[in-house]
Ligand binder design. Structure first.
Ligand SMILES: *[C@@H]1O[C@H](CO)[C@@H](O)[C@H](O)[C@H]1NC(C)=O
Ligand SMILES: *[C@@H]1O[C@H](CO)[C@@H](O)[C@H](O)[C@H]1NC(C)=O
Length: 501
């Protein structure tokens, strides 16, 4: 079948690696399930350029470019991705993404695609949680629309509840309950708030953006999650109550295959993928702590010192992906000798106990290696899914966004996490971190690993399709597609009867 005869599915992630990665995983999953769809990835030029290079050569995913000029939004030239921006400019990127709705370029791109497909509109548009306005465009064009969340159900539920209600503004106590959950069941501490929510007063730029854009979801028809029904009930039922017009469908786990994930990262420095894997091969099973705070976040320089001391103090094997500390420009040159305890890298290389990797590591490959015991993580949802998908328990150190609530859920509801740190400003002491490492890699190790393995099995089952059995996510995804098809048929029928009349 030629592309222009296939039904097309349009995917539009927010402009940040943490968003693009799960969308790409979704695209590849659709492609693998059924080659009868033409998949179109929408984004700005620089993001698409990077993406093209990271796709497997066998992929038939197409790209729809929408123009973007960062300088007209007060952003540095060539800035189209939140990963390359300092914190104070992130809001501007969000506002810039929202103003794309007024330039009609997205709408025009869909209309042009429709024209190329002999007047047949896409089967559906799947867009990001932060691009709620696309739901309205889809509605105007009569196209089925879904929001796809790369975040988990519970984490996103807390995040949405906070932005829509700002409950922490109404209490003096440090603890407070979240509205729209079963009365008093979800309690947070003020230290569990990301900076922009902690500082929100309802009239600031973030509050306005989130209130208006999250509310725009009501024009959509479906809410897809990179999670699994079986272990994310509290969060998913929050959305089923709060947005009764949207079909809530968990379709995870969606993880990028090893190769694509590797190509999307930027390895710098002298330690290559091969060095890392060889080093892991030389270690006993379940003996290594893997430490990484993701592609977008980093800790403060004093926290980095304490963590360094703790890793040495614990005497465990470790791989640590180090990015510049908060105080330093994120695109700065790597200066391990300044950021880490004196002689840290050389000493640990000499003893063979630890590897310091600059900026980025092949995370999926590391987590799936038998030598890895636990993952000290910022609890971004991609990392969580990759860790649990390999049965690896988590040491949580949330830094931003919904990561705080992910860590809470993993620890309190799932039993696969121990929190070691909280936020970029909190004071952490190396002795306390050592104690937690000893807990997770010592007395609690077997119990946590057993629980994590059960989660892994649940995740594996979710996408299983066998004679007489479909896993929950496979079923959810097929239901989603049939909703979209029904919607298309209905629209075609109306169109047909209008012509006939
Ligand atoms: C989203 O937020 C931006 C910036 O605050 C605003 O201009 C825009 O109108 C909002 N979008 C919707 C759909 O409300
Ligand atoms: C599983 O899903 C496939 C694809 O939609 C469907 O054809 C099949 O009938 C389903 N099987 C069961 C047992 O639900």
């Amino acid at each position: 079948m030629e592309d222009d005869e296939k039904q097309s599915i349009v995917l539009f992630p927010f402009m940040g690696q943490g968003h693009i990665i799960p969308f790409l995983a979704l695209a590849l999953q659709i492609e693998q399930l059924n080659t009868n769809y033409a998949i179109y990835f929408v984004n700005t030029p620089l993001n698409l350029k990077k993406l093209r290079a990271s796709l497997p050569s066998s992929s038939s995913i197409r790209f729809l470019e929408i123009p973007f000029s960062s300088s007209s939004y007060g952003l540095p030239p060539a800035s189209e991705n939140s990963d390359t921006l300092p914190y104070h400019l992130i809001l501007r990127l969000f506002q810039a993404s929202a103003s794309l709705q007024f330039k009609s370029s997205f709408k025009e791109a869909i209309q042009a695609l429709t024209a190329r497909c002999h007047g047949r509109p896409p089967l559906c548009i799947i867009s990001d949680i932060f691009l709620g306005w696309t739901a309205n465009v889809a509605k105007q064009l009569g196209v089925y629309h879904a929001i796809f969340s790369g975040a988990g159900g519970f984490g996103l539920a807390c995040y949405v509840s906070l932005w829509l209600n700002l409950p922490h503004r109404k209490v003096v106590a440090h603890h407070f309950s979240l509205p729209d959950f079963k009365e008093g069941t979800v309690k947070l501490h003020k230290t569990q708030l990301p900076t922009n929510i902690a500082e929100a007063d309802g009239e600031d730029g973030w509050s306005i953006f989130q209130r208006e854009n999250l509310s725009a979801w009501v024009d959509s028809q479906s809410l897809l999650f990179n999670t699994v029904e079986e272990f994310d009930q509290i969060g998913l039922s929050y959305f089923r109550r709060k947005f009764p017009g949207l079909r809530v469908r968990p379709i995870g786990p969606l993880v990028l295959g090893l190769k694509s994930r590797d190509r999307i990262g930027n390895t710098r420095g002298v330690i290559t993928r091969e060095t890392i894997l060889k080093w892991l091969d030389s270690k006993p099973s379940s003996s290594v702590l893997y430490v990484s705070f993701g592609s977008m976040n980093t800790i403060s320089s004093s926290q980095m010192m304490q963590l360094g001391k703790a890793l040495e103090g614990s005497q465990k094997n470790f791989i640590w992906v180090v990015r510049p500390p908060m105080e330093v420009d994120i695109n700065a040159e790597f200066k391990g000798e300044e950021w880490l305890p004196e002689g840290f890298e050389e000493r640990n290389r000499a003893t063979g106990r630890g590897l310091v990797v600059q900026n980025w590591a092949p995370q999926v490959e590391i987590l799936s290696h038998r030598a890895v015991s636990a993952f000290l993580s910022h609890c971004g949802w991609n990392s969580v899914i990759e860790s649990l998908g390999n049965g690896v328990p988590v040491m949580g150190w949330p830094l931003a966004a919904e990561q705080f609530f992910n860590a809470k859920y993993l620890e309190e509801e799932m039993g696969v996490c121990v929190e070691v740190g909280r936020g970029k400003k909190s004071e952490v002491k190396s002795e306390d971190i050592v104690k937690k490492i000893e807990e997770v890699m010592g007395e609690k190790k077997e119990m946590m690993r057993r629980t994590a393995r059960k989660v892994k099995e649940t995740m594996e089952k979710a996408w299983k399709q066998r004679e007489g059995f479909n896993g929950s996510s496979a079923k959810s995804f097929h239901d989603f597609l049939s909703d979209a098809k029904q919607h298309r048929e209905m629209k075609d029928m109306i169109l047909f009867s209008n012509i006939a009349n």
